[in-house]
Ligand binder design. Structure first.
Ligand code: HEC
Ligand code: HEC
Length: 431
């Protein structure tokens, strides 16, 4: 009779085979250019198969009924150790806590499964009443479990859903500013704009532009309306790939009443940032207006008094078309080491090249007290002032000499956004 191979020999074959297979996948996959994630996944599969093969190869012990204590003696500690390992591994990979709980729960279900496998066999029922009772008890237990667990989950509340459906449509007559904005925010939520657009820190997808950091509120109402009703007409910068071009739905013209649209636009008009220049483009490859050639071109028009939307504004009259000041005392943008004016109480110690966006914005919108540098932001739309500022910077930092773009500022937090309003960083009326 052929002697059965010892467990030790089998173990060596299995582990050796698995190691060869896993390294073949890992290094071979690397050689043909498979991404690391897929190679890791393949190696993980080999590892699982190895564990399974080892379990199958375990010497068969004598079949014996175990007491409950014998049953859990090893299983329980192993499951606990496994649970702890899973918990911390999942944590280290950045899984949310609910996922960690779910992973560990799976391990515990496995424990339960193995405990049931090794339980003592049930005694044969003596009578029909016995087995009926067991059947009903099992069913009742499962039902109770199911009901208690599902009762903890969020419930469908018909009253709440109906209320949402039957809500009177937005009617603006008689509503004042903040109420209109709040109504507009609801229109934004109810029409699932958040599914594609973030608003600063809020929202869950970067499919479309972040309407907060883009500062859609700087744009005229007509432009915003048109972008909602006919989104294919003007493409958002950085969203010109075929998929993004067609992403924004075209049915809002039918879905939104005039009042809803007006409220929506009033809400979008609040999206401004007095501390940073607008950001364009898709998340991950964004840029700011400081380095946007198209914006600089438009900024030059404003700076030189050629922009119809800012008729009467001409920075060049005082600061010079080529940056050589025409008026004594006007800032010379060619000198990157120029300081901030000392005529303002909020003077900061920074050279022109290091000025924060907020200082540029403040000086140009609010001017310098008692000088010809007027508070242009009380007369002209800030959309164009930001562009002129971006252009003014090119006198000491020409676009074609730049070696890198200005970093994209971090998305402002909820607290920062609240503080802008509280600290009066916006001008009244806001242009
Ligand atoms: C399915 C995704 C999706 C939904 C839903 C969506 N948008 Fe868009 N939206 C986009 C994409 C992508 C762009 C950029 C491409 C373009 O300009 O069409 C965009 C562009 C815009 C723009 C123009 C931005 C610019 O640069 O001028 C505005 C404004 C806008 N969306 C508002 C809204 C509003 C308001 C809603 C809800 C009523 C909404 N969007 C719903 C995907 C979406
Ligand atoms: C009527 C003349 C005039 C016009 C028009 C004008 N400026 Fe000025 N600007 C001045 C003068 C004068 C100063 C210097 C103020 C001072 O004494 O600090 C100045 C200062 C500045 C400063 C520096 C503020 C500081 O902190 O030192 C900036 C930035 C600036 N102007 C940008 C602009 C931009 C951009 C425009 C166009 C949108 C513009 N200016 C239009 C006259 C003008």
């Amino acid at each position: 009779m052929k002697e059965e191979k010892s467990f030790g020999k089998k173990l060596v074959t299995i582990v050796g085979g698995a190691a060869v297979l896993a390294s073949a996948f890992w290094f071979g996959g690397g050689a043909v250019g498979l991404p690391g994630g897929i190679r890791g996944g393949l190696a993980g599969l080999v590892f699982m198969a190895m564990i399974y093969a080892i379990l199958l190869a375990l010497p068969k012990g004598e079949l014996k009924e175990k007491t409950f204590f014998q049953n859990i003696r090893f299983k329980l500690p192993v499951a606990i150790v496994l649970g702890v390992i899973i918990w911390f591994t999942a944590g280290a990979f950045g899984f949310p806590v609910w996922w960690q709980i779910e992973f560990v729960a799976f391990a515990m279900v496995g424990l339960l499964y193995f405990i049931i496998l090794d339980m003592r066999a049930l005694k044969v029922e003596k009578s029909a009443a016995d087995w009926s009772f067991r059947l009903i008890a099992t069913y009742a237990l499962a039902s109770v479990l199911f009901i208690t667990i599902t009762a903890q989950l969020p419930q469908f509340d018909p009253a709440y859903e109906l209320e949402k459906l039957n809500k009177p449509p937005v009617k603006l007559s008689g509503l004042a500013g903040p109420e209109v904005i709040a109504a507009g925010r609801e229109v934004f939520e109810n029409n699932k704009c958040f599914n594609c657009h973030k608003v600063f820190w809020e929202g869950n997808s970067d499919r479309g532009p972040n309407l907060g950091t883009k500062q859609i509120g700087l744009y005229p109402e007509d432009y915003i309306k048109e972008q909602i009703l006919e989104p294919r007409k003007i493409q958002s910068p950085g969203f010109d790939d075929p998929k993004s071009k067609k992403a924004m739905p075209t049915y809002y013209g039918e879905d939104l009443s005039d009042d809803e649209l007006d409220a929506l636009v009033a809400y979008l008009k609040t999206m401004r940032d007095p501390t940073h220049i607008p950001v364009e483009g898709k998340f991950g490859e964004q840029w700011t207006w400081w380095d946007d050639p198209k914006i600089l071109e438009e900024g030059q028009k404003v700076f030189e008094g050629l922009e119809p939307a800012t008729e009467g504004l001409n920075c060049a009259v005082c600061h010079g078309k080529d940056g050589i000041p025409m008026m004594t005392g006007a800032l010379d943008f060619r000198n990157e080491n120029n300081p901030d004016t000392d005529k303002m109480p909020d003077h900061i110690d920074a050279k022109l090249k290091d000025w924060p966006d907020a200082l540029w914005y403040r000086r140009v919108t609010r001017g310098v007290d008692n000088t010809p540098m007027a508070p242009w932001g009380t007369i002209f739309p800030h959309l164009y002032l930001w562009k002129a500022e971006a252009y003014a910077r090119t006198f000491h930092d020409p676009l074609d000499k730049r070696t890198e773009k200005r970093p994209v500022p971090p998305v402002p937090t909820k607290e920062e956004i609240e503080s802008w309003k509280k600290e009066g960083m916006f001008l009244d009326p806001l242009l």
